[in-house]
Design a protein around this ligand. Structure first.
Ligand code: ADE
Ligand code: ZN
Length: 319
C-alpha cells in the first residue's frame, strides 16, 4: 500500500494524458498537430519552463465543455487515489480557458462535478485553487477574480503560475489584497526558475501561506532560516524539476539538503501527464534516487497533511 499523502501542487490541466487529449480532440472536432499519442509523447522533451508551457497551453484547446473538465478531474482522482493520495489541492488556470471562449462557469462547474464525487468514488477530498497567469497583466488577474465571484463557494484560494522570470510577485499585490479581503487562502509559485528574492516577495508582498516550488530559496541562507523559523511549506515537485531542467538529474535535487536544513517541504507532481509521474511516482523516485529512508518519507507525508488547507478534524480523517 502506498503511503497516504496529500497532493498540494497539481495543475489539473497538467493531468491531461495523451489518450484523453486525442479522445477529447475527436469529440470536439479539434485538430491536434500530432498524428497519434506516440508522436505527442515524443514532443515531451522540454528545455525549460517556457518550452513546456507552450505545449501545455496548446493542448488545452481540446478542453471545451463542462463534461471535458469533469472527465479530466475524475481521471486524475482515480490515478491519484491509486498512488495513496487522500487529499488534493488542485490548481486551475481560468485565464487560459477564458481566452479560448470557455467560461469560468464551464470550468469550475465541470471540475466541481468530479470533485464533489471524489470522496465517495475515490476516497480523495479536494480543494480548488484558482491561479493567475503571471505573464498576463495585473488587470487581467483582477478581471479574472471578478469573474470568479459567483463561484467563490467552490474556490479555497488563489495561486500564481506560468512564466516566472520577469514577472515578480509584486506585480500582483493588488489582486492578492483583493483575494485576501474575500477570505481566499493565498499561495504562489516562486523560486522555480526565478530567484530567491521572488520567494521573499511572495511572502512579504502577497502574504502567501505556502510557496510552490521555492527551490531556489536554498541560494539564500537568510531566507532559508526564515522559512524554517516560520515553518513556511514549500511544495516541491522533483520529477518536474528534472524535466524542466531546474536540476540536472534527480540525484542533484536539493530535497535532502532542504530536509536537513529543517525546511517544511512536501513532494508533489505538478503536471504529472507531462513530467513522468503522479504523486506516488515522485515519492518512489526520491526514495530510489536520493536514498530517502522510511522515516523521511513518513515526514514528507505528514508534512503534506499539515501544510494542507484541511481543518484539523478533516486532516485526521484523511491521514
Ligand atoms: N503551470 C503549469 N505548471 C507550471 C509550473 N511548473 N510552473 C509554472 N507554471 C505552471
Ligand atoms: Zn506548478
Amino acid at each position: 500500500m502506498p503511503v497516504p499523502k496529500a497532493e498540494l501542487h497539481l495543475h489539473i490541466e497538467g493531468t491531461l494524458e495523451p489518450e484523453l487529449a486525442f479522445a477529447l480532440a475527436e469529440r470536439n472536432g479539434v485538430e491536434l498537430p500530432y498524428r497519434d499519442t506516440e508522436e505527442l509523447r515524443a514532443a515531451y522533451r522540454f528545455g525549460d519552463l517556457q518550452s513546456f508551457l507552450d505545449l501545455y497551453y496548446r493542448l488545452m484547446a481540446v478542453l471545451r465543455t463542462a463534461e471535458d473538465f469533469t472527465e479530466l478531474a475524475d481521471a486524475y482522482l482515480a490515478r491519484a487515489a491509486a498512488q495513496g493520495v487522500r487529499h488534493a489541492e488542485i490548481f486551475f488556470d481560468p485565464q487560459a480557458h477564458l481566452a479560448r471562449g470557455v467560461s469560468m462557469g464551464t470550468v469550475v462547474e465541470g471540475l466541481a462535478a468530479a470533485l464533489d464525487r471524489g470522496e465517495e468514488r475515490h476516497g480523495v477530498s479536494t480543494r480548488l485553487i484558482m491561479c493567475f497567469l503571471r505573464d498576463e497583466s495585473a488587470e487581467s488577474a483582477l478581471r479574472t477574480l471578478e469573474e470568479a465571484k459567483p463561484y467563490l463557494h467552490r474556490i479555497t484560494g488563489v495561486g500564481l503560475d506560468s512564466a516566472e522570470v520577469g514577472n515578480p510577485p509584486a506585480k500582483f499585490r493588488e489582486v492578492y489584497e483583493a483575494a485576501a479581503a474575500l477570505g481566499l487562502r493565498r499561495v504562489a509559485h516562486a523560486g522555480e526558475e526565478g530567484p530567491a528574492e521572488y520567494v521573499r516577495e511572495a511572502l512579504d508582498v502577497l502574504g502567501v501561506e505556502r510557496v510552490d516550488h521555492g527551490l531556489r530559496s536554498m541560494e539564500d541562507p537568510e531566507l532559508v532560516e526564515r522559512l524554517v523559523r516560520e515553518r513556511v511549506p514549500l511544495t516541491l515537485c522533483p520529477l518536474s524539476n528534472v524535466r524542466l531542467r531546474a536540476v540536472d538529474t534527480l540525484a542533484d535535487h536539493p530535497l535532502p539538503a532542504m530536509l536537513a536544513a529543517g525546511l517544511m517541504v512536501t513532494v508533489n507532481s505538478d503536471d504529472p501527464a507531462y513530467f513522468g509521474g503522479y504523486a506516488g511516482d515522485n515519492f518512489d523516485a526520491v526514495r530510489a534516487e536520493l536514498g530517502l529512508g522510511a522515516e523521511q518519507l513518513r515526514l514528507l507525508a505528514r508534512n503534506s497533511f499539515e501544510a494542507s488547507f484541511l481543518e484539523d478534524d478533516e486532516e485526521r480523517r484523511a491521514r
